[in-house]
Design a protein around this ligand. Structure first.
Ligand SMILES: *Cc1c(COP(=O)(O)O)cnc(C)c1O
Length: 382
């Protein structure tokens, strides 16, 4: 089966993980800060905090922004459930903003409309969590302008977009957000097996996220109440979690990041080739925009809705590991229990009914890509 996504692991990656196994620190050593520095430098952001998943990064981002009971967080229905769940962990309520029918990202016009109504009803969100779906950056300028107008915080879920650019700056630069989150799951662009990162330019947010990542415990006398008892002393000043990344993971990440640009440019070559090969078929290829450079985590095509199920089954049966991203979050049973229902966000639902993600990863060979396209063409005329 040709998978829809796959990691690329080099001998250098393996050596760097083995070296950590032979070193003094398996956790809480020098690799995590080195990985954080490399990502902060890459993204031109001031602070980067590595954690054990993007889900954890989203959670501590919400906590650091003070999201809690009685607050609301808005995100897109076209995402992985983690983008919404993070606010529920904090006791907040979640709502959604429908997507743009061309980019499949959170739609600024729908956002504007919903904010106007929410302002009238006195139920504005505390935070908006736009997701750079498939790696294509959202219209962050428009989203930021609206967020500023209503004094709302922004967490960018950039799980798909590490290595991408928006208006010439790297995604993660946080020019248009308070915090940006990356995922390093193996299907994503660079991997640490499991892992994630939160980037910010605001020292107080970085400080809070560092606390929440590790039990709410500090060894910094400046953050303590009263005097330190001595060199062994630590204080718990808040309730945190253990979301730390291991040294093994950070060493892998550090090694992977040296190939990040290469990975993304390979993804673009593959996407360009798909665009050409698919141009004669009855499918819609994904959009890329002028103002951004996509991370291209996914290559999602739109097919006629009535053919999607049979096409999916045919491709899987023929060894093409297609997938579907995403089942609109508000249609999940857990969210329906909260009162959401099918029909609430029609653009996301229509998009979902037509979506298929084709294999997209740097090591996809031309031969395998040709095979994918051939099976797709066959499946479409069955
Ligand atoms: C993968 C993903 C996550 C969760 O990432 P983990 O590192 O697996 O926790 C969150 N949001 C989006 C959009 C994702 O694709």
């Amino acid at each position: 089966m040709i998978p829809y996504g796959r990691q690329n692991i080099s001998q250098e990656d393996i050596q760097s993980v083995v070296a950590v196994l032979e070193s003094d620190f398996l956790t809480q050593g020098p690799q995590v800060p080195a990985f954080e520095k490399s990502m902060a430098d890459y993204c031109q952001a001031q602070f980067a905090l590595a954690v054990n998943s993007a889900t954890s990064a989203l959670h501590i981002a919400c906590l650091a922004l003070g999201v809690g009971k009685g607050d609301r967080a808005w995100t897109t229905p076209n995402t992985f459930v983690a983008s919404a769940n993070c606010a529920l962990y904090c006791g907040a309520d979640v709502d959604f903003v429908d997507i743009d029918p061309v980019t499949f990202n959170l739609c600024p016009l729908a956002l504007e409309k919903k904010l106007l109504q929410a302002a009238r009803d006195n139920c504005l969100p505390k935070v908006i969590i736009p997701v750079h779906f498939s790696g294509l950056p959202c219209d962050m300028q428009a989203i930021k302008q609206l967020a500023d107008q209503y004094q709302i915080k922004i967490i960018e879920d950039a799980s798909h977009a590490v290595g991408g650019k928006y208006l010439g700056n790297p995604v993660g630069h946080c020019e248009f957000s308070d915090i940006t989150v990356f995922s390093f799951h193996p299907v994503k662009i660079v991997t640490t097996a499991e892992g994630g990162m939160a980037l910010t330019n605001q020292p107080e947010l970085a400080e809070k996220m560092a606390l929440y990542r590790s039990h709410g415990v500090t060894r910094d006398p400046d953050l303590m109440q009263g005097e330190s008892d001595g060199p062994w002393y630590y204080q718990q000043v808040d309730l945190g979690l253990n979301y730390r990344m291991t040294e093994l993971q950070a060493a892998l990440g550090l090694s992977q990041v040296t190939r990040l640009d290469q990975f993304v440019s390979k993804r673009h070559q593959i996407a360009d080739r798909y665009d050409q090969l698919l141009s004669s078929l009855d499918v819609v290829s994904p959009t890329r925009t002028e103002q951004s450079y996509s991370g291209l985590h996914l290559y999602v095509i739109q097919v006629p809705a009535e053919k999607r199920l049979s096409l999916f089954k045919y491709l899987r049966a023929e060894g093409v590991g297609v997938n579907v991203h995403y089942i609109p979050v508000h249609t999940q049973p857990y969210y329906k229990e909260m009162g959401f229902k099918s029909g609430d966000f029609p653009v996301s639902e229509t998009y979902y009914s037509q979506a298929i993600s084709l294999p997209m990863f740097p090591d996809l060979s031309q031969q395998d890509q040709d095979f994918v396209v051939q099976k797709l063409a066959e499946g479409l005329c069955r």
